[in-house]
Write a protein that binds this ligand. Structure first.
Ligand code: G
Ligand code: G
Ligand code: NA
Ligand code: MN
Length: 256
């Protein structure tokens, strides 16, 4: 229970922060949005990655308050950026939703509350779901996703291609964006099978009227190839690593 108690204290005590990694339009390089990525700096000053604490949060149920904190913090950050930009800021923020959070929390009212608290319109927020969220309870999830669409948010399927779900849900659920998993993208110039998978995901998303984000772009060559294949957006170290709120805003002012 040690880590669980510590995580609860971190959520309540301001030890969690959000980092922001840009998602860029592949054709123009313009920053469209930032993915909000949680960071936990422990009392000893050690920075823990979400891959270490999200599983703990999910098993303990702390993902509900953690997810609420992340959504509120994302909306608060957008409001702060808007104010700094004198209202001339239209960048979006993408917030991750865990499958457990979707099962256990009332996610649509939670998102609405965060938006209202900070005066942010729903179209500034993208919510990233994983395939596992949909497998667990498709009917309940469908209702939640429709309620989120009513708020104006965009919905993205994260790590697409790595889960166990069937494709039927893709046309049935109001998904706007597919994020092509880094495991397919990063090796696609050297591996014909990976390239074939990326092309298949791109044609599937086009046929279903969805947009695409390629994850894990580290080189210009990869960005150009993906743009030529019709991929809309890209994310990866080529553009930037996950940045502090201050650095993310500075990059936005410099680049856009
Ligand atoms: O930032 P990093 O690359 O270490 O992120 C690792 C994983 O943690 C990513 O898959 C990301 O989606 C997930 N993650 C980061 N922040 C959050 C969060 O606030 N909530 C949830 N549910 N997952 C997150
Ligand atoms: O699961 P999710 O896709 O949300 O995870 C995002 C994670 O991927 C973060 O931990 C982030 O640091 C990492 N990441 C983002 N861009 C790149 C990249 O270009 N290369 C590599 N190797 N990792 C990346
Ligand atoms: Na994500
Ligand atoms: Mn992802």
């Amino acid at each position: 229970f040690g880590i669980e108690t510590a995580l609860r204290r971190a959520i309540d005590g301001g030890l969690m922060t959000l980092n922001f990694q840009p998602i860029c339009d592949l054709a123009s390089g313009r920053i469209i949005s930032f993915e909000a990525l949680a960071r936990w700096t422990t009392e000893d000053g050690v920075e823990l990655s979400p891959t270490e604490f999200i599983p703990v949060a999910e098993e303990s149920g702390l993902i509900v308050p953690l997810g609420r904190w992340a959504m509120d913090e994302a909306a608060r950050t957008l409001a702060a950026w808007d104010e700094r930009a004198g209202g001339n800021c239209d960048v979006k923020v993408a917030v991750n939703l865990s499958a457990i959070q979707l099962q256990r929390d009332q996610v649509a009212p939670m998102v609405r509350h965060a938006l209202d608290s900070h005066g942010i319109s729903g179209d500034r927020i993208t919510l990233e779901l994983t395939e596992s969220a949909i497998v667990s309870d498709p009917d309940r999830i469908a209702q939640t996703l429709l309620a989120l669409k009513d708020l104006g948010t965009r919905l993205a399927m994260d790590d697409f291609g790595t889960g166990y779900s069937n494709l039927e849900y893709l046309q049935r659920l109001p998904i706007d964006l597919l994020k092509i998993d880094r495991s397919f993208v990063s090796g696609m110039l050297a591996d014909r099978d990976k390239l074939a998978i990326v092309r298949a995901i791109l044609s599937l998303s086009q046929a279903l009227g969805m947009q695409t984000v390629a994850e894990g772009i580290e080189t210009n060559e990869l960005a150009q190839t993906l743009a030529a294949l019709g991929c809309d957006y890209g994310q990866g170290f080529l553009y930037a690593r996950p940045l502090s709120e201050v650095d993310a805003y500075a990059l936005l002012r410099k680049r856009n």
